[in-house]
Design a protein around this ligand. Structure first.
Ligand SMILES: Nc1ncnc2c1ncn2[C@@H]1O[C@H](COP(=O)(O)OP(=O)(O)OP(=O)(O)O)[C@@H](O)[C@H]1O
Ligand SMILES: [Mg+2]
Length: 360
C-alpha cells in the first residue's frame, strides 16, 4: 500500500507555505521598488530627508504585507477546502457504512478509491463487513442445523409417548428402547455442543510433547483397522522415517487423524482404499488422508468444516454422523497453529484428500 496520503498532505502544505513565502518576497521587493521610484520622482533627484525615507519604506512594507495577506487568503482558502473535502469525503462515507453495519445492514460496502491510507481503511472496513456477514450466515446455518437435529428425536419421542398414553401401543422394552435411543441422541447433541464450544473458545490446554510421527500414524491405523476390515475397505499407511518427530499434543493429533479416517471410511464403499501419509515440509509436518470414496461436491466443499454441516443429510443420519467431526478437526488443528483443507474431485468415485499441516 502506498503511503501517498501522508506524502500528499506534506507536499500540499509545503507548497502552500512556499507559495506564501514567494508571494511575500515578490510583493516586498515590488513594493520597495515602487516606493523608491516614487521617492526619487517626488524629490526630483534631490536627496530627501531621513523622515521621507522611513515613511516610504514603512508604506512599502505595509503594502507588501497587505498584498501577501490577500494572496495568502486566495491560495489557502481553496487549497484547504479541497484538502478538507479530499480527506473528509471518504471518512464520511466510511462513517455512513459503519452506521449502516451497526444497524444490521451487513451488505453495505464503502466505495474505495486510490491506494492510500484512506483506501486501506476503506478496504479494512469492507473486509470487516464481509467477516460479519459470514459470521451471521454461520450463525443462521448453525441454528437451522441444530433445529434440524432436535426435530427428529423430539418428534419420535412425542409420537411414541402419545401412542403409549392413548393406549394405541402397549408399553414394551422395545418401545422404551426407541425412546431412550432418541434421548441418548439429544444428550449426545448437547455434549457435542459443549465439546465444540470448549474447543472453539480456545479454552483448553494442549499438552505438548515430542511425538514420533510414525508411531502416531500406526496408532491411528490400529484404532480404525477393525472398522475398515469390517466394511472391506483397505487402509494403507505410507512408511515414515523413524526419526521424524514433532511437537504436538499426541491425544489431540490422534483425534484429528481418527476423525479424518472415520470420515474416509464412511465415504468409501467396500473394495475401496484409504491411504494415510505424513512427510516433513519446510519446518512443518504435512499429513494427508486420501480416499477413493464418494468425493465432495463443489457445493459442499466450502462448508464441510462448519459445525453440524453434513453433505448427504439422510445418509449421515443413518450412519449417525452429526456433522461436527470436521469442526473439531479444524479447531484442534488451529490450536496447534496449523491449517487443514480438503481437495476433492466432483463425481461418484472422485475421492477426497484431506491435508493437515502442523508446525514441526
Ligand atoms: N472423506 C470424505 N469424503 C466425502 N465426504 C466427506 C468426507 N469427509 C467429510 N465429508 C463430508 O463432510 C461432512 C462433514 O463431515 P463431519 O466429519 O464434520 O461430519 P460427519 O462425519 O457427517 O458427522 P460426525 O463426524 O459428527 O460423526 C460429511 O457429512 C460429509 O458430507
Ligand atoms: Mg465425521
Amino acid at each position: 500500500m502506498k503511503q501517498s496520503l501522508r506524502v500528499r498532505i506534506a507536499v500540499t502544505l509545503g507548497a502552500v507555505v512556499s507559495l506564501i513565502f514567494i508571494l511575500s518576497s515578490v510583493t516586498l521587493v515590488a513594493g520597495i521598488h515602487y516606493h523608491f521610484n516614487m521617492y526619487q520622482l517626488e524629490s526630483g533627484g534631490a536627496a530627501g530627508g531621513a523622515a521621507d525615507w522611513s515613511s516610504h519604506l514603512e508604506r512599502a512594507v505595509m503594502q507588501a504585507i497587505g498584498w501577501t495577506l490577500l494572496g495568502s487568503i486566495l491560495i489557502v482558502v481553496p487549497v484547504s477546502m479541497w484538502l478538507g473535502k479530499k480527506l473528509a469525503g471518504p471518512l464520511v462515507r466510511m462513517k455512513y457504512s459503519a452506521e449502516m453495519m451497526a444497524r444490521g445492514q451487513l451488505g453495505t460496502r464503502t466505495e474505495v478509491q486510490g491506494e492510500d491510507e484512506l483506501a486501506a481503511l476503506g478496504l479494512a472496513l469492507n473486509q470487516l463487513a464481509e467477516q460479519l456477514q459470514e459470521q451471521e450466515r454461520l450463525r443462521i446455518a448453525m441454528t437451522e442445523n441444530i433445529a434440524h437435529e432436535l426435530r427428529t428425536p423430539l418428534t419420535t419421542l412425542k409420537s411414541h409417548l402419545s401412542a403409549l398414553r392413548d393406549g394405541i401401543w402397549q408399553p414394551s422394552p422395545e418401545r422404551y428402547r426407541v425412546c431412550l435411543d432418541e434421548i441418548g441422541r439429544l444428550i449426545g447433541l448437547v455434549s457435542d455442543l459443549e465439546d465444540l464450544n470448549e474447543l472453539e473458545s480456545g479454552d483448553f490446554g494442549l499438552s505438548y510433547t515430542t511425538v514420533r510421527v510414525g508411531e502416531l500414524l500406526e496408532r491411528c491405523a490400529e484404532l480404525l483397522s477393525p472398522a475398515y476390515a469390517e466394511k472391506g475397505v483397505g487402509l494403507q499407511t505410507e512408511p515414515v522415517d523413524d526419526g521424524l518427530v514433532m511437537r504436538a499434543d499426541p491425544d489431540r493429533m490422534r483425534q484429528v487423524l481418527v476423525n479424518l479416517l472415520s470420515n474416509a471410511l464412511k465415504a468409501t464403499p467396500a473394495g475401496g482404499k484409504v491411504v494415510m501419509s505424513a512427510r516433513p515440509n519446510n519446518g512443518h509436518i504435512c499429513f494427508v488422508v486420501k480416499d477413493t470414496g464418494a468425493g465432495i461436491t463443489k457445493e459442499d466443499l466450502p462448508f464441510i468444516f462448519e459445525r453440524f454441516y453434513r453433505g448427504d443429510k439422510s445418509r449421515n443420519r443413518k450412519t449417525g454422523g452429526r456433522g461436527i467431526g470436521l469442526a473439531i478437526v479444524k479447531a484442534l488443528v488451529q490450536a496447534h497453529q496449523g491449517e487443514v483443507w480438503a481437495v476433492s474431485g466432483d463425481g461418484p468415485e472422485a475421492g477426497s484428500e484431506f491435508v493437515v499441516v502442523i508446525p514441526q
